[in-house]
Design a protein around this ligand. Structure first.
Ligand code: KG4
Ligand code: ZN
Length: 339
């Protein structure tokens, strides 16, 4: 089954074409809006919607051209229905419905996070369920037990900010530009030492959950104190120290959860899973614990249409269809299904 997937939940307009049964990406085209939002230091929802409106058709055309297929040759259409920015979701959903109506193809609305946690299967053909998934993006930081394409359970999530949000906020504080994650990653990578020692988050009850607000504040306090003392900021040391503190709990908790549940494989998805330190640390910790670690390439970690095509394609293969009345689900959680 060959499926076109549309992604427009935030600031990337993505269209991907995937052969679902073969787990093969035939096309994956992304129009990034980073330049539009850079001067504001974050995503401006109204501008993002306008960019999607402009980019959706060219991106779909480019994806079909890359796959060498016409709309008529597809077996179905999948589209992100949530979670995400309402106006942005509306544009992708409307485009998918219009294409489905015009072509008579079956279509399905997809949970964006399902795309992130299934994407690794596209590059690891042997990756089967169950597995432990770490979803780390601009909006989510979650550990999930994934038992099947539509069967999963949330184990832990962030108690405050998402990991990606923390990267973006720290980058803004250090004036590194937008989006912050790649900039912090690059700057920290060039720092030889351990960096500034920031405190690790300890949720109040000492138990479940991730927390990033305290770490973010610690970085701000450090920057303010340096400014008051007239000291030059060692941005690379701050980036390196922040990154280590941000990543350590992700790696530790992912491995602990997999071991506790007897899951042999750990998968990571979402934009922050492109981070080089997270990737190397997760691989190292999994190897030490005797677990398999399956990471997508950075292009499939970030928001993209191919992961939506794949996740939706699995639902279409299962016979699932969305009704024309399906609306957007901006606050959909990790385990929800919009279809
Ligand atoms: O999954 P994604 O593309 O969009 C959402 O669903 O939110 O994730 C975007 C987030 C942003 O916060 C961005 O700064 C972060 O992923 N990110 C990174 C890296 N690349 C992207 N964070 C850390 N290191 C990176 N290399
Ligand atoms: Zn995402």
């Amino acid at each position: 089954m060959v499926v076109l997937g549309l992604e427009s939940s935030c600031d990337e307009t993505g269209a991907g074409v995937v052969d679902v049964g073969a787990r093969r990406v035939l096309a994956n085209v992304i129009a990034s809006q980073h330049a539009t939002h850079a001067e504001y230091g974050g995503v401006v929802p109204e501008l993002a919607s306008r960019e999607h409106l402009k980019n959706l058709k060219p991106v779909v055309d480019a994806a079909l051209a890359q796959a060498g297929l016409s709309l008529a040759q597809l077996d179905g259409i999948a589209v992100t229905a949530g979670p995400g920015l309402a106006g942005c979701l509306h544009l992708g959903l409307s485009a998918a419905k219009a294409m489905a109506l015009a072509s008579g193809k079956p279509w399905v609305g997809v949970n964006h996070l399902e795309g992130h946690l299934l994407a690794a299967q596209l590059e690891h053909p042997g990756l089967e369920f169950p597995y432990l998934a770490l979803v780390v993006s601009g909006g989510h930081t979650s550990l999930l037990e994934v038992r099947g394409p539509f069967e999963r359970r949330r184990l832990e999530a962030t108690l405050d900010d998402a990991a990606g949000e923390a990267f973006d906020k720290v980058a803004k504080l250090l004036e590194l530009g937008f989006p912050g994650g790649p900039a912090v990653d690059a700057l920290a990578g060039g720092h030889a030492g351990q960096g500034v020692a920031f405190p690790r988050a300890r949720p109040k009850d000492g138990g479940a959950g991730f927390s990033y607000s305290g770490l973010k504040t610690a970085v701000r306090v450090h920057v303010d104190r340096s400014a008051r003392r007239g000291e030059a900021l060692d941005k690379a040391a701050i980036a390196a120290g922040f990154q280590r503190a941000a990543i350590e709990p992700l790696v530790r908790k992912a491995v602990e959860a997999a071991q506790a549940l007897g899951l042999a494989t750990v998968v990571a998805g979402g934009g922050v899973a492109a981070n080089r330190l997270l990737r190397s640390e997760l691989q190292r910790a999994c190897a030490e614990a005797g677990l398999a670690c399956r990471l997508s390439s950075p292009a499939l970690c970030a928001d993209n249409g191919a992961m939506i095509a794949y996740a939706g394609g699995l639902r279409l293969l299962d016979g699932q269809r969305s009704p024309w009345t399906l609306g957007i689900h901006p606050s959909l959680d990790e385990c929800g299904s919009p279809c």
